[in-house]
Design a protein around this ligand. Sequence first.
Ligand code: NDP
Length: 604
Amino acid sequence: MTVSTGSHQSSSNEFDPARLRQKYRQERDKRLRPEANTQYLDVSGNYARFASDPYLESSPGGRPREARIAEVDTLILGGGWSGLQMAVRLEEAGVRDFLIVDQAGDFGGVWYWNRYPGVRCDIESYIYMPLLEETGTMPTEKYVGGPELLEHARSIGRGYDLYSRALLGTTITDITWSEERSRWAVSTERGDLLHARFVMAGTGPLSRPKLPGIKGIESFRGKAFHSSRWDYRVTGGDWSGGLDKLADKRVALIGTGASSVQILPHLAASAQQVYLFQRTPAVVNTRGNRPTAPDWYRNLEAGWQRKRKDHFVELMSGLPVAEDLIDDEATRMARKVAAVARSGPGGGPDFAAMQAIDFGKMEEIRQRVTDIVQNPATAKSLQPWYDYFCKRPLFSDDYYPAFNNDNVKLVDTDGRGADHVTERGIVFDGVEYEVDLIIYSTGFDSNAYTYKAGGYELTGRGGVSLAEHWQHGMRSLHGMMTSRFPNLFLIGGVEQAAISTNFAHVVSGQAAHVAALTAGFLRAGVTVAEAEQRWADELARVHIDRTRYDAECTPSYFNNEGKLDGPRPTVLGGQYGRGPIGYLAVLQEWAATGMDRDISITTA
Ligand code: NDP
């Protein structure tokens, strides 16, 4: 059988679904590894230098300070989008006695760390940047660059007087509940000892860099860093490029995810020679960026940002909308799938029609590659063979053209990855690629529980660690509270909550919810009673079941690297099935009607 999509102009708009599925499975099977997540190396021990902070010295957190011995109402862990919104909402709720602790030298979270050349937001800034209305900020573009995002975080810090209540450049070593004091006792590497009634952990799923499981990384004699620790002292230049110190250097870039796709064009423009080591080709759509029209922006009605965030979720979940205000490649694709999603038997999903749209879209991407990349062998290697939403769709107008530069060579490892690193470079298939610099653009430990990103252990009642408490799988109320861990809220964690590709969405609702709770409970100890089981039952009843879709997918952090059995504390595991809008409505309803039943309050 052949299917014609008729939706694009490619020369190959007819395809055989059975043959394509077979090809996708072959490509997936090459990449499935029994070691799944354990293939990656943690940035500790021999590899700890890959996590060190190149920006600390020039940041507020880099200044020397005395150790703090303090007691506060609330301790916020993390100064990224979660922590900042948490602080602002607490302030608004009248809870002013808080401290924010972050190992980064400044506010900004992922935008503090990811300063590589070309870093830019893939989600529309109008829905991604928090507190735009509250701070009167107009993003300059539909998809703004990293420096603007970092500056937004800093300006929230200044505007809400958060710097005076922050311990930056400070790594937490231990958090333990003290029954005696009814407080959390928190110690840090800088000798601080903090006692807090409430702890809010907003450490995010994309915080802890990971390295590829390639032997010999430590033996390399040249320079090497992770993309989220870009060292401009080595490369020269800045976010906008001009990496002048690379003019006579050979560089290896490992990985082809969101970061690498943005980095490659800048290396291509500056380095003497670039080798891109590819394991799985990316899906790279057109970007469609444009400047913000000031008249349009200023005339948006009050409350527009919340509505627009909801609108994005509606689009991505295939709910009917009058108009697609976001109008990017991902929302257009989601709308196309939604148009047939309910045309199956009994008004249910029409999987064959949905699959045909997916195949058609991927044919379009493959055609885009061959239209742009001149070397036929390179173009063939860059064609992705998996379903569109198996990995995060990427957006760039410069990535594919970079392969037409003479100094860029794609090393296609055909799913295997590089073989090993030597003193001089990287070996694949018996060829040693000698380089001066290796950049590991290999992502983050997103399949660990998000609280793990901080590198500390959380110890609750009876000396039980959170890892022990969840050894048989996560148990929580709304993904935020858990029994035996009183007065602890996990914010922005995506597990057992709800997720959108706009990570910032759920965080904003959680922050407002927790701030309201905290204001009410300030003089008490709060712990979850039996509500965890109720939430587990609700998650079992209403969850996103991507198993069928994920099983066909090429491995990535989206599908737990292909390991689908056992508990999945992963970005797309254990999600509440009604999405961010439904999830935030549950929180609201619970605060109004279920709270008294589900939590026990002890006067402290
Ligand atoms: P990803 O996890 O998306 O990509 C990691 C890359 O490293 C993959 O291409 C992976 O290959 C490759 N890799 C892993 N091991 C090896 C190996 N042994 N040999 C060769 N290659 C290897 O990381 P990113 O940092 O690119 O992005 C992570 C997430 O961060 C994104 O999904 C996105 O959510 C967010 N992000 C958002 C941005 C934005 O909004 N602009 C920008 C950057 C990141 P394989 O595919 O085979 O596993």
